[in-house]
Design a protein around this ligand. Sequence first.
Ligand SMILES: *Cc1c(COP(=O)(O)O)cnc(C)c1O
Length: 452
Amino acid sequence: MTDTLRLAQLSTEALVALDRRHLWHPFTQAQTAPLPLPVASGRGASLFLTDGREIIDLISSWWVTLHGHAQPVIARAIAEQAERLEQVIFADFTHEPAVRLATRIAGLLPPGLDRVFFSDDGSTSVEVALKLAYQYWRNRCEPHRTRFLAFEGGYHGDTFGAMAAGQGSGFYQPFHDLLFPVTLLPFPATWLGDDQVAVKEAASLEALDRWLEHHGGDTAALIMEPLVQGAGGMRMCRPSFLQDMIPRLRRAGVLLIFDEVMTGFGRTGNLFACQRAGVVPDLICLSKGLTGGFLPLAATVCRDELYQAFLGGGFDRAFAHGHSFTANPLGCAAALASLDLLEAPETTARIKAIERRHRAWVQRLVDHPYLRRPRALGTIVAVDLDTEEIGYSAAIVPRLKAFFLDRGLLIRPLGPTIYLLPPLCVTDEQLEQAYHAIEEVAQALQTTDPPP
Ligand SMILES: *Cc1c(COP(=O)(O)O)cnc(C)c1O
């Protein structure tokens, strides 16, 4: 209470007015967007606004918050590290938090993935993976391997390489002409009660086979979000599809990059989606949940064989890439504390319990009159509004967000897809509240006129 007052030295109105005057928010059309909501503090799955309202964060604040907001163990780890060493240049120097974190990550990932390159966020972890894969082939004297494969609906971040790889998401119209070409494969999205999955998978594999037959020798790598495409609409595929892809890529010598920026750190039920799927990529991108959602930090982890290809007498073979805050000690300390929490037996049990609850709910939705394609994996659950039934248009999304906010819920639909990706500390009651609100919104859309 007093904390809130001390932090909120500006009135809510003044905060919002100054925000409007000076700030530029991401993915926002400021002219039509509602005023931003000023947040004073957070605890567990809850955010507390400066006007005293409580909002339950069911999307982990864009998929980063892992153990809840202002989690005290992580907060303390950051404070202690800040008093010892806040930052140091990471060329020619190293430090214990980075060494311990890299060792820890290597120990958690499947054997073979044990060389860690740190960067700042999901997009940079993807840039690093694409550049590593590209230069790897140059260093290996196969410079003609320049092409990349990705999936329709894939999203990999907003920097240029990540945008190129994520062209299938359809988010980048203004920049289209600047992006390097990437070949997109169809993604065999599936859901509960889908009887066409085998057909879709066969079509994807056939497209891959056709590409590899003609261009296998020119292709550097395939990048994908394993098991769940996040921003593309929480589209899920079966583990067996990934298992069927691997031998094809291996035969053609094409590297496999898993972008686990969203799926990493327990979201799919296992620590990493690659483990849930039973496949091992050549490179893996991690960020979002890495620090428990406290600080920006990312890691691109690869097989040691890739690292070896960058060794040599001259700098021309080295990886000429880095960021000012590479392996920031505060981020590493936060990540170590977050991993302690994540590996605790109670957290593993909680992840399983969330998945059971999600699955029980989607089971009930199989024959729902207005909700389509129910699907759940790990702590992620999603359904699509029946866009034909409700006369869907993009204009409906702000109405959906407002509907949920009115009920004290932060749920942010991706087009017609409504999903939950809650922090692991979410309670059963909070989940039930969210399920109920989603069923309620579907009902409400049915009984009110769709927007023109
Ligand atoms: C969010 C996301 C990114 C980009 O991460 P940023 O931290 O926003 O740069 C990349 N890949 C996937 C799969 C993501 O979900």
